[in-house]
Write a protein that binds this ligand. Structure first.
Ligand code: AMP
Ligand code: MG
Length: 413
């Protein structure tokens, strides 16, 4: 049987099954690396982060105003001003009955004070402060430890650090994050028709755009992309490129050369050095896909069409890389919207149509396709803010019918 015949016999594989197979094959990287906090955003924590202290570390004022003893206000609205507590320069004495202290946001509460009256609710006449609006007991005071207690888990192992997480770690005094070492991912484009940027295109040539888009997404993901350039459809050159990439990376991502016509060729090369399965996914765009092992890396072969390569990278390879870097794989967030225009579809594959969601005048979530959905048209994707995910066996979605949308995450938008 020709291998082309073999391809045709392979049933289309539902995306959920492909995802399962990918994830179950991947053994996470566990090596750790201390990353300076200023470079830590996007890295994955290798250990839980515990709070080094109570936060806030002392009772302090949430407002600019006056620190008082609440019970004094039962007898008089007037208090004697005896000092100041500024952020970084506390009032050192004990507050006595009938006294108050001028206090600024973040400044230490003086001993003996229990409440802050915001400035707007006071009137000053020399050293006499009149409380014009009575506070509640403890108002505008941030209590020691009310946010975090010392030793508490603040950020869990496996978490991919956000900008806010970096701020939290800094507030706890961490100069470094103990992270999983960055993944190294080699990116290769394949195809005789692909020409590097900055060169003239001969008839039939196109610019190699996938490599740029793939590397751009990987950078956002926070992995180290190794640009392996573009390789023509040539046995020896492909072999050399795959071997080189494998020796340098944890994962190798190629685009092009996995569809039926090309696959036999790439397959031959890959099977010599690794164990690769060629799949036909029941998704659109992005039917052909290859996955397997090279001697020291995982191999992901994306289809060449630019939208197909981005969608398969985003939907399948990103979760696989997340598992590889030891971070929990999250289900994408989805919502139900109403179709504002028809979504044309034939049953058979799960469509990831590029769509725009918004709310209509009734406050309902609505979505419409971005127009032509050709798998070569990257502009169908940059006009979109979500995928409309249309189930494998369903047909078109008519106006007013429900449609599942998956808003683009930070990797795409
Ligand atoms: P293939 O999967 O190699 O059959 O390619 C499918 C389509 O995607 C063809 O039209 C290719 O020219 C195009 N293509 C493949 N690789 C790239 C690339 N790196 N950049 C842009 N288009 C590509
Ligand atoms: Mg090709």
């Amino acid at each position: 049987m020709s291998s082309q015949g073999a391809h045709n016999q392979v049933a289309l594989q539902p995306i959920e099954q492909a995802m399962q197979r990918l994830l179950s094959s991947i053994e996470p990287v566990t090596e750790m690396l201390n990353v300076r906090l200023e470079h830590a955003v996007g890295s994955v924590l290798a250990e839980d982060v515990l709070s080094t202290m109570d936060v806030p570390p002392f009772d302090n004022s949430a407002m600019d105003g006056y620190a008082v003893k609440f019970e004094d206000l039962n007898t008089s609205d007037n208090l004697e001003l005896v000092g100041t507590s500024f952020a970084g320069a506390p009032f050192e004495q004990h507050l006595e009955h009938g006294q108050c202290v001028r206090i600024m946001t973040g400044a230490v509460m003086p001993e003996g004070a229990d409440t802050v009256v915001m400035q707007e609710n006071t009137a000053a006449n020399g050293d006499t402060i009149t409380i014009t609006v009575k506070p509640r007991l403890g108002q505008s005071v941030r209590r020691c430890g009310e946010e975090l207690t010392k030793g508490q888990v603040v950020l869990e192992k496996g978490r991919q650090l956000t900008s806010v997480d970096v701020g939290i770690m800094a507030s706890l005094g961490f100069a470094k994050a103990c992270s999983i070492r960055p993944l190294r991912v080699a990116v290769i484009s394949t195809g005789d028709e692909l020409k590097p940027l900055g060169t003239e295109l001969a008839p039939g040539d196109i610019y190699d755009s996938n490599r740029y888009a793939i590397i751009a997404l990987l950078k956002k993901l926070g992995v180290e992309a190794i640009d392996m350039g573009c390789v023509p459809d040539d046995r020896e050159q492909l072999m050399a490129a795959f071997i080189d990439a494998d020796s340098r990376a944890d994962a190798v991502i190629t685009s092009g050369g996995v569809s039926v016509g090309d696959a036999d060729y790439t397959k031959e090369v890959l099977e010599e050095i690794g164990q690769i399965d060629f799949w036909k996914l029941a998704i659109k765009p992005g039917k052909p896909f290859a996955f397997g092992r090279l001697p020291s890396s995982y191999f992901f072969g994306l289809p060449g069409n630019p939208v197909s390569s981005m969608v398969t990278l985003h939907q399948l390879v990103v979760p696989a890389l997340q598992k590889l870097r030891n971070t929990p794989v999250k289900e994408p967030v989805t919502y139900h919207a109403k179709a504002k225009k028809q979504f044309f579809k034939r049953p058979g594959r799960t469509d990831y149509q590029r769509a725009v969601f918004s709310t209509n005048e009734k406050g309902e979530l609505v979505a419409e396709p971005t127009g032509s959905q050709g798998s070569s048209m990257l502009t169908s994707m940059n006009k979109a803010n979500c995928y409309a995910v249309l189930p494998q066996n369903s047909g078109s979605v008519e106006i007013g019918e429900p449609v599942v949308i998956q808003p683009f995450d930070y990797l795409i938008s």
